[in-house]
Design a protein around this ligand. Structure first.
Ligand code: NAD
Length: 408
């Protein structure tokens, strides 16, 4: 199959196995150059195949030498379609991890379900004994509740009032105005059900009940705050409500874990290009301006740089976790620097379609977006035939994990 990008709105419906593999390898090389960390031995990453979860898994493995179990929900290739990028990323990650002698196994399925939690628990019991670090990095548009069967869909809307703002169609190079009507109560509650902390708490409660949490276990989930410019759609919008719930859950879990000297914490990360952030209105334009400002200042970071800092400065640091007054780890510090935000605010009102290239790094945004799917990667011949069917070497299915009963 000759695989070329097919962009539909804010997603790409194809992915390139070789390109994805090279992007993973670049992240691994970055971590190896940064040097070794002393950290957790046994790590579970929920949402491990793309974005921040994949970068966390790479840092844990190639930085701290951790064994990792990765959970994700990705599509395998068939005769007509390529696999999803997270599938190719995970295949490449495992290949490189195994080559370097690291333990890495993966579970592909719905992390919100009890069945996948049981699979992960069984694998932890058999292979780790107990787990030291659990990264919770899911970004999903829907969740089937494992107890009630109710299907929740998340929305990205403001709360209380209509929001009108500039936005961008990055691939057409157009700046346009968008208006989004406020969410109703049901939409707010559904977004909290999908992206809030309930599922994280279910994971930790279940692993605790199964006696699989090591003394001193840490669990981290990710959030975003961002500047005033994005607050109506992010911090003060439906997703922000879900993130508030995530923080309340962290505080609750933190108390529960005290008995075993554990910690549950939310890390506020920087805005980066991922499949999840591409879907948020306004954010791609903000990121395009932010990238220009941060690249000029020499402080630009992507997922891997952010996650290396999270592990280096916090999760692997010998001192206790350092947080802000509200109890968040903050690794969005460089993004939120006053001079950076001031420059973004100066550029924002000036940007129009005609001057996009001058005032924003829309090219950098589009490049990174393509790279999420394995395109625009140096050294890959996109006109050459490539086999889309790639196996993930240690993908565990139910049958391969002894003792797992089908929990539905
Ligand atoms: P992403 O889209 O790159 O990754 C999402 C991951 O979740 C993938 O591994 C996917 O397979 C997995 N997933 C989705 N639904 C699943 C399911 N039902 N079962 C199992 N796995 C499932 O997203 P991301 O941007 O890396 O986001 C991860 C976290 O980081 C989110 O909480 C997000 O809010 C937060 N965050 C993102 C940004 C940003 O700019 N992208 C900034 C700060 C915080």
């Amino acid at each position: 199959m000759i695989i070329q990008p097919k962009i539909r709105g804010f997603i790409c419906t194809t992915a390139h196995p070789e390109g994805c593999s090279r992007v993973v390898e670049e992240q691994i090389q970055y971590v190896k150059r940064k040097g070794r960390l002393t950290g957790p031995k046994n790590v579970l990453v929920i949402g491990a195949s793309t974005g921040y979860g994949l970068a966390s898994r790479i840092v844990a493995t190639f930085g701290a030498g951790s064994k990792t179990i990765g959970v994700f929900f990705e599509k395998e290739a068939d005769e007509k379609r390529t696999a999803s990028p997270g599938w190719y990323n995970s295949a490449a990650f495992e290949k490189y991890a195994h080559r370097d002698g690291h333990y890495a196994k993966s579970i592909n399925g719905d992390a919100f379900s009890q069945k996948i939690k049981s699979h992960a628990a069984e694998l932890i019991r058999n292979d780790f004994g107990k787990v030291d670090l659990i990264i919770y990095s899911l970004a999903s548009p829907r969740r089937v509740h494992p107890v009630t069967g109710q299907v929740f869909s998340s929305v990205l809307k403001p709360i209380g009032q209509t929001f009108t703002s500039k936005s961008i169609d990055a691939f057409r190079g157009e700046v346009k105005e968008i208006t989004i009507e406020p969410a109703n109560e049901e939409e707010i509650a559904s977004t909290v059900a999908v992206m809030g902390g309930e599922d994280w708490e279910m994971w930790i409660d279940y692993l605790a009940k199964e006696n699989l949490l090591a003394d001193g276990v840490k669990t981290v989930a990710y959030s975003y705050v961002g500047p005033e410019l994005t607050h109506a759609i992010y911090k003060d919008g439906t997703i922000g409500k879900a993130k508030e719930h995530l923080k309340l859950t962290a505080d609750k879990l933190d108390k529960k874990l005290k008995d075993i000297y554990g910690r549950a914490i939310v890390s506020v990360d920087k805005a980066v290009v991922t499949q999840a952030s591409a879907a948020i209105p306004v954010v791609p334009l903000y990121i395009s301006i932010l990238f220009k400002v941060m690249k000029e200042k020499g402080t630009h970071e992507g997922c891997i740089e952010q996650m290396y800092r999270l592990f280096h400065d916090h999760l692997c640091a010998s001192s206790s976790l350092s947080t802000d007054q509200e109890g968040y780890i903050r690794i969005d510090d460089l993004e939120m620097q006053e001079d950076v935000q001031q420059k973004v605010m100066e550029l924002w009102p000036m940007v129009i379609s005609e001057n996009l290239a001058q005032y924003t790094d829309v090219k950098g945004y589009c490049d990174e977006f393509y790279r999420l799917f394995g395109f625009n990667v140096a050294g890959v011949n996109y006109d050459a035939e490539v086999d889309p069917v790639v196996t993930i070497p240690s993908l565990c299915t139910k049958q391969e994990i002894p003792g797992v009963k089908d929990a539905g």
